[in-house]
Design a protein around this ligand. Structure first.
Ligand code: LMR
Length: 415
């Protein structure tokens, strides 16, 4: 419709500001949960998103978290944290990653900020990389957590990949990985998973990490560790930080993203830490101020509640040792389910080999099931997982492991 407005005829129809916007691509991980929730089958199983579940298939609240909640009840925490986030959280986090007695931590030669869980820590780092190493790229392993691609894409850092997984052996493709590290231009940035690699569940051995670290030194590459599952690979937090220690021993200045989503079951609280090691305290102060500056424009301050929980747990010897035990319980349950699934498949007389279920570690089993088999599991058995065949072992329970093994056996019978 046209109306006479003042001196001119104007169209009063609504202008379509967003006519050019189509739907975003579905997230390959989060969309599985949506499909699972829409399924009413009584035996449905969600093996999609990597979130810990107990043997009843239920999310848990760790006892150390409940106790920390009770301790902080009534705390005056409605004020925003300073832009660096909780100092205590940062100090306790870096001790977990680099060691209680780490010289770097004691001498303050690191820039550390609280981050919005692991994703936020990666995003802050990617932004720092673009701003201060504008000609650099990030090398991501093939495969990696799908969101790594989104994060560095949004930060406009060009991406390259390096080989990691060998489909033939269902293990690490070490020679190819070393070749790719060698062939990358000197001073490249690499993203590494220090433990419980997502999605493959395959970690280099300590000896392989030493070789990787040595080659990084020769090539002057920058190692950026994304540590979302510390404790889930071996059940031991220190052991799971061994790759980082190997790099520290070789004198690397590394970056590290940490998340407490999985390890403390604080998925919705978004608590994490980003640390970047620096040559001295002055450099650390400058880098930290830039990270705070980046965060200020993105979200101002990180949220308070989760940070209080984590720093209360890590800062109290009693709560911390309770947490260490609870991490072990979670990791043991995942390993127990790996064993049960493997034994079940072998007992069914499957002609295929299933050692990779127990050779791989952490939250995920990279099954090697192909997309057709994944589709059959979903359509015929109501079992949900990512299209690349990644299975979250957290979704496997004593109650559903037989059903799952039977279903996998059925869809793999012909090859
Ligand atoms: C996963 O890989 O499933 C987890 O890291 C959860 C997520 O947010 O993607």
């Amino acid at each position: 419709m046209r109306r006479f407005l003042g001196r001119r005829w104007m169209s009063t129809s609504t202008v379509g500001w967003w006519d050019n916007v189509g739907p975003a691509p579905k997230d390959p991980l989060l969309s599985i949960t949506e499909a699972f929730l829409a399924d009413n089958h009584p035996e449905k199983i969600n093996l999609g998103v990597g979130a810990y579940r107990d043997d009843e298939g239920k999310p848990i609240v760790l006892q150390c978290v409940r106790d920390a909640e009770a301790r902080i009840a009534g705390t005056e925490y409605l004020e925003s944290l300073s832009r660096q986030g909780s100092l205590k959280l940062v100090m306790e986090s870096v001790k977990l990653a680099y060691g209680e007695n780490s010289g770097i931590v004691k001498e303050g030669k690191f820039a550390g900020v609280q981050a919005i869980s692991g994703t936020g820590a990666c995003r802050l780092f990617a932004e720092l990389q673009r701003r201060f190493q504008p000609d650099s790229r990030i090398y991501l392993p093939v495969p990696t957590w799908s969101n790594h691609h989104n994060i560095w894409r949004d930060a406009q850092v060009p991406q390259r990949t390096f080989q990691y997984y060998n489909p033939a052996s269902k293990g690490i493709h070490f020679a190819a990985l070393m070749d790719d590290i060698k062939n990358a231009p000197n001073r490249s940035f690499f993203l590494l998973h220090p433990c419980a690699h997502n999605p493959t569940g395959i970690d280099p051995t300590d000896e392989q990490w030493r070789e990787i670290s040595y080659l990084f030194k020769v090539k002057n590459h920058f190692p950026f560790f994304d540590m979302a599952y510390q404790g889930f690979a071996s059940g031991d937090l220190k052991k799971d930080a061994q790759a980082i220690h190997i790099f520290l021993d070789d004198g690397h200045l590394i970056g590290c993203a940490q998340s407490f989503a999985k390890t403390m079951g604080l998925y919705g609280q978004r608590v994490g830490c980003l640390s970047v090691l620096c040559v001295d305290k002055n450099q650390a102060t400058a880098v930290k101020s830039q990270l705070q500056h980046i965060a200020r424009a993105m979200y101002s301050n990180p949220p308070v509640h989760g940070a209080l929980l984590v720093s209360t747990i890590l800062g109290d010897p009693g709560l911390k040792s309770m947490w260490v035990k609870e991490v072990k319980v979670m990791s043991d349950r995942l390993m127990k389910m790996r064993n049960a699934l493997r034994v079940n498949l072998e007992n069914l007389g499957s002609a295929l080999t299933w050692e990779h279920i127990t050779n791989q570690v952490g939250m995920f089993w990279y099954s090697g099931l192909n997309p057709e088999q994944v589709d059959r599991l979903r359509n015929e058995f109501h079992i949900y997982m990512t299209h690349d065949g990644r299975i979250s072992m957290a979704g496997v329970t004593t109650g559903n492991v037989d059903y799952l093994a039977n279903a996998i056996h059925e869809v793999t019978k012909s090859g």
